[in-house]
Design a protein around this ligand. Sequence first.
Ligand code: PNS
Length: 166
Amino acid sequence: MTNRIGLYPGSFDPITNGHIDIIKRSLRVVDKLVIGIAVNVGKTGLFSLKEREKLVLSDIKNLGLEEFVEVRSFEGLLVNYAKKIDAKIIVRGLRAVTDFEYEFQMTGMNSRLDSSIETVFLMASENQQFISSRLVKEIFTFGGDISSFVSSNVLKEMQIQKLNNK
Ligand code: PNS
């Protein structure tokens, strides 16, 4: 029996409906998906690592995908973490042309570091393509409606955080 493990790495600050779309698509390609939340060295996010982990896990549970998806965090090189969990496939979502250069560079560097690991790009459905965590945060900061970009759980946590920071 095959047990193809995929690693979907990212900041997930916070997880968006675009990420969810990629997670669902990944499960058509891999048997098990590990969501690897990166400890972002030098990047202060909206949510702490623990909070990001909790939000991703609650979205996964609400989707009933916990049987196939694990949520983990990692520090250090992505390829080292992939090796550690025996993932031969790194999954990345590709949105627009603007993503390409960054992804192209990362894939090239990662494959030089470990040529046994393949990076696979998946495209979100057209109505989720444009969503990015950075813009979701910006829209939210200025009072815009982000309810169609994130889950109700993420929205609630963002509202709580806003109130606490007042
Ligand atoms: O969601 P993001 O912020 O675009 O994800 C970027 C991420 C976490 C995949 C990338 O920063 C990463 O792989 N970090 C781990 C450190 C590493 O391996 N860096 C070298 C990449 S070539």
